[in-house]
Design a protein around this ligand. Structure first.
Ligand code: CP
Length: 304
């Protein structure tokens, strides 16, 4: 694996190898308390043009736990504010001898553009581009589910909320369907679902009470207000009534259904506090798995 821009074209073997490697990273670091030196002497640059708490921090921790040097590029204090174009910024940073760039950008396709324009052979890892892909989130969600349900042939999953604007949903669908999940349902109001047929191997639903019946995992998504016109925003109370996850609705899922959310969560809009903090919540487990997945990806793209 030279770059990771999307999960769309990765085989089942490739995905399983990354998940297995993430598990190995967990063991090798004694669950995250020990450092390795696999990437000693390498440099990773975090290039985030959109805000992030989980992804940026866990890429930084992942790189440091593998012994790499990390540079967090601060867009707000960079020369992009003086009009420098993306590819000039790229070439400037490449001239400082980087081994990997982790990029998040609001424009879909930016990671591939960086791959095309890079002059030094630097590895590019997508940390989220527009509504298109968030491959390490797709991997960490699959890893979290796999720990509880190793046999994906029996697995039923509902992904509920603003699927249309969600790069997480797209990468989750690509991961889960490639890994052989039995039944993947996407749920939301028609205005927040992708056009029919865009996502392959899933069923589309607008009734959450029906769609959550019997699922083993439910992945809740926030309303991506930053990607919507203000006039398209639903009334939040009415939205929670139809698409919010509360204890009553969760009771319709399979016993022990995993409650998942990529974060950041908006309590009382897509998820009730009683469920987000409840016994079935795996939200913080997802966050922890993010470090192991990102260690695996960084090691793979840098050929170690
Ligand atoms: N899940 C996720 O991408 O969260 P951040 O925006 O905090 O990185």
């Amino acid at each position: 694996l030279r770059h990771l821009t999307t999960l769309e074209n990765l085989s089942r073997d490739a995905l399983e190898r990354l998940l297995d490697r993430a598990d190995s990273m967990r063991e090798a670091t004694a669950h995250g308390t020990r450092k390795l030196d696999l990437l000693a002497g390498r440099t990773v640059l975090n290039l985030f043009f959109e805000p992030s708490t989980r992804t940026r921090t866990s890429f930084e921790l992942a790189a440091r736990r593998l012994g790499a040097d990390v540079v967090n590029f601060d867009i707000g204090f960079s020369s992009t504010t003086k009009g420098e174009e993306l590819f000039d910024t790229l070439h400037t940073l490449e001239a400082m001898h980087l081994d990997a760039i982790v990029v998040r950008h609001k424009a879909s396709g930016t990671p591939e553009e960086l791959v095309r324009h890079a002059m030094s052979g630097v590895a590019v890892v997508n940390a989220g581009d527009g509504n298109r892909a968030h491959p390490t989130q797709g991997l960490l969600d699959a890893l979290t589910i796999r720990h509880h349900h190793p046999d994906f042939r029996k697995l039923k999953v509902a992904i509920c909320g603003d699927v249309r604007h969600s790069r997480v949903a797209r990468s989750d669908v690509h991961a889960l369907t490639t890994l052989g999940a039995k039944d993947v349902r996407i749920v939301g109001p028609a205005s927040l679902l992708p056009p029919e047929g865009e996502l392959k191997g899933v069923s589309y639903h607008d009734n959450f009470d029906e769609a959550i019946e019997g699922v083993d995992a439910v992945i809740m998504l926030r309303l991506q207000k930053e990607r919507m016109a203000a006039t398209d925003l639903p009334d939040e109370a009415a939205y929670f009534e139809r698409y919010g996850l509360d204890a009553r609705r969760l009771a319709r899922a399979a016993k022990g259904c995993l409650v998942m959310h990529p974060g950041p969560i908006n309590r009382g809009i897509e998820i009730a506090t009683e469920v987000a903090d409840g016994a079935q919540s795996r939200i913080l487990e997802q966050v922890g798995n993010g470090v192991f997945v990102r260690m695996a990806v960084l090691a793979e793209v840098m050929g170690r």
